[in-house]
Design a protein around this ligand. Structure first.
Ligand SMILES: Cc1cc2nc3c(=O)[nH]c(=O)nc-3n(C[C@H](O)[C@H](O)[C@H](O)COP(=O)(O)O)c2cc1C
Length: 164
């Protein structure tokens, strides 16, 4: 039986959804059973052996629903393999690891998650309507090869894919 993996995400403008979909495709291609769901569509965590959770970063914070999810499911997540990522930086800083907000860092420690992965984001023109200072940064910096490589690391550490 292959491991059942939940890939879930919090997004405002869709960039993080795209990253989660790419992670899901890679894990599926590695032979895992994968559900990719926006956080609001996750009914239960119990059926899953492993969870990959990502949030967009806004003003240095994760989206509130992602923090709430970690808090609500903290005890259960302690007994699951968990990987966390956040999506944010664009342009020249797109490959800089972003600081992990303290509330997220605390929860990540409690569930013994490995270091949180930063992925470059996609800043769309619609997102900066009220932030003209960010306008010059609008670009899709998402690094698909890096996303695939990280997904392969996850797949390689889940038992069901060991023989693939
Ligand atoms: C108002 C605003 C604030 C942002 N703040 C940050 C930030 O603090 N750190 C960061 O890395 N990216 C920041 N970003 C960039 C977004 O995180 C990036 O565009 C991300 O990929 C959006 O994800 P989403 O489309 O899933 O919502 C900000 C974008 C906007 C529009």
């Amino acid at each position: 039986m292959s491991e059942k993996v939940l890939v879930t995400y919090a997004t405002k403008m869709g960039a993080t959804a795209g990253i989660a979909a790419a992670v899901g495709s890679e894990l599926r291609a590695a032979g895992l059973q994968v559900d990719v769901r926006e956080l609001s569509a996750v009914q239960a965590v119990t059926p899953y052996d492993a969870v990959v959770l990502g949030s967009a970063i806004y003003q240095g914070n994760w989206l509130p629903e992602a923090v709430r999810f970690l808090r609500r499911h903290e005890r259960l997540l302690r007994s699951r393999r968990v990987w966390l990522f956040h999506s944010g930086p664009v342009g020249v800083i797109s490959h800089q690891d972003q600081p992990v907000p303290p509330d997220v860092a605390r929860l990540a420690r409690l569930i013994a998650a490995p270091p949180i992965k930063t992925f470059a984001g996609n800043l769309q023109p619609d997102a900066v309507v009220h932030h003209p200072d960010l306008e010059r940064l609008t670009t899709d910096s998402r690094d698909w090869p890096e996303i695939r490589a990280w997904s392969h690391e996850i797949a390689a550490s889940l038992p069901a894919t060991a023989g693939n």
